[in-house]
Write a protein that binds this ligand. Structure first.
Ligand code: SF4
Ligand code: SF4
Length: 146
């Protein structure tokens, strides 16, 4: 759970613009720009992790990634479920949809709102452009037959 006082995206918008303009998974860099773990976290561990921006290894970013959802073989190349695994599996084939950053419990909601307001339409436009691929055409064909 992020800290109560979270990163103000306006203060880091220059770097956020750069992050969201690149075809690379944005989640780890958004996580590091966030406020870190809040004091009311529910993890059952003894150490004080308040302020930690570490990857929890929950795999939510990987589950939310449309590229991995489309390409099961690519997904199976790695058993790990972390931002590092996402970076490795997706690399520069990233669709720039922002889903991974939106799904990550360690990215501040303030940054998620900034992403939705400023970059989601652009990312969705790219996804729609890719929707003209044979793969989606085949899916449409399959649906129209049922
Ligand atoms: S395709 Fe979307 S969810 Fe997958 S790594 Fe890129 S921005 Fe994240
Ligand atoms: S969603 Fe989970 S696995 Fe992905 S970067 Fe965030 S904490 Fe790590």
């Amino acid at each position: 759970m992020p800290a109560r006082i979270q990163t103000d995206p306006i203060k880091v918008q220059r770097i956020l613009r750069v992050i969201f303009s690149q075809p690379r998974p944005p989640v780890a860099r958004c996580r590091l720009l966030s406020s870190g773990m809040g004091p009311a976290h529910m993890l059952k561990i003894g150490e004080d992790i308040v302020g930690s921006k570490a990857c929890l290894g929950c795999g939510s970013c990987m589950d939310a990634c449309p590229l991995l959802a489309r390409d099961a073989q690519r997904r199976q190349r790695c058993d790990a479920r972390s931002s590092m695994a996402l970076e490795t599996l997706v690399a520069e084939d990233c669709d720039r949809c922002g889903n991974c950053a939106l799904a990550c419990p360690q990215v501040d909601p303030t940054i998620k709102h900034y992403l939705v307001q400023t970059h989601l339409a652009e990312g969705m436009a790219e996804l729609l452009a890719k929707a003209s691929t044979d793969e989606v055409y085949a899916l449409d064909l399959l649906l129209s037959m049922n």
